[in-house]
Design a protein around this ligand. Structure first.
Ligand code: GLN
Length: 320
């Protein structure tokens, strides 16, 4: 369907019109009606600031041409199957908003299990001492930024091989600071100043710590956290089009058996963490046993699998 204002020379579009147009376009593209309605309303809110209730109550309100054009632009992007987080340019994760852009993996709510598990384990460490962590493959930065948002005595070094992810996660750390200031109304302990984002493949360029106040393990970190690429190469082609066609392969592809990055991180990571430190991974639903075994073989203790809200294995942790 094409809708062009030139066929309606004397009329402007109202909120109700554009809401109806969006619903038709997105149903036509394959969404069910309630998803089409929700996504249309989110796009209208993104552009105009008007929420669903406002759109419903003020459906006769005329909208400016600039708003109309921008809404159509976003609806047309969505019609190409582009995921909503890319269309809108941001997404919420654990109470903070994060910028998203094509080329960098979109935050999944599954990853909350990993962050919550890490928060629980870190909460049990001596809270008077500073904590130092590593993240491998940080994408938009949700994991590091959420942990830094939670623990003010934490510092992290986080690497990625994707320059877009490096730039975006730095931007997201500054954005988290802005949101923290707005929420509290005052200057807060900065997240971005405690996050060092570097270009890194696995542990490349991650320096041992140089600290002298940490008993016998001054150069070792307290923990490593990672949501590495874990999908088997042959499975990638079977993923839904919005994932397969829009999200970066190098954030998804875990090589032949999907375990390549776990092997690397489990092996080298053991040398980077102190005794009593831990590694926490997000995993695919069918990788719990294999990743646990790899960890036990390398000498990790108290290896544990956590499930997500759907009851599927989602996180593995182990201590040195
Ligand atoms: N959970 C993601 C997905 O299923 C995969 C993320 C990853 O490989 N780390 O699309």
């Amino acid at each position: 369907m094409s809708v062009d204002k030139k066929f309606l020379p004397d009329s402007r579009f109202s909120l109700g019109d554009i809401a109806a147009i969006g619903r038709i376009l997105l149903v036509e593209m394959g969404l069910d009606y309630s998803a089409a309605a929700l996504e249309t309303d989110l796009i209208i809110r993104e552009v105009t600031g008007f929420d669903r209730i406002h759109i419903m109550i003020n459906s006769d309100q005329e909208i400016e041409q600039g708003f109309y054009d921008r809404i159509m632009e976003l609806l047309n992007l969505r019609r190409t199957n582009m995921p909503m987080a890319y269309v809108l340019g941001h997404r919420d994760f654990m109470g903070l908003d994060f910028y998203c852009e094509p080329g960098v993996l979109i935050p999944r709510s599954d990853t909350e299990v990993l962050v919550e598990t890490a928060i629980e384990k870190l909460g049990k460490m001596d809270t008077c001492k500073s904590i130092y962590g590593i993240e491998i493959g940080l994408g938009t930065g949700i994991i590091s930024v959420s942990l830094l948002n939670h623990f003010l005595h934490l510092s992290m070094v986080a690497g990625d091989i994707n320059q877009k992810a490096i730039d975006l996660s730095r931007k997201n750390a500054l954005y988290a600071d802005k949101q923290r200031r707005e929420m509290s109304g005052k200057d807060m302990v900065s997240v971005s100043k405690r996050l060092s984002v570097i270009y890194s493949n696995l542990f490349d360029n991650i320096e041992p710590l140089k600290l002298y106040d940490r008993d016998n393990h001054g150069d070792l970190y307290d923990f490593i956290v990672s949501n590495p690429p874990y999908i088997r190469t042959e499975v990638i082609e079977t993923l839904m089009s919005d994932v397969k066609d829009f999200e970066p392969r190098n954030a998804l592809d875990g090589m032949d058996d999907g375990l390549y990055f776990y092997r690397q991180i489990i092996d080298k990571g053991y040398l980077m963490i102190r005794p009593g430190g831990f590694v926490a991974f997000e995993i695919g639903f069918d990788q719990g046993e294999e990743v646990s075994e790899l960890m036990k073989k390398r000498g990790y203790k108290d290896v544990e699998i956590r499930k997500d809200l759907a009851g599927l294995d989602r996180v593995v942790t182990g201590f040195k």
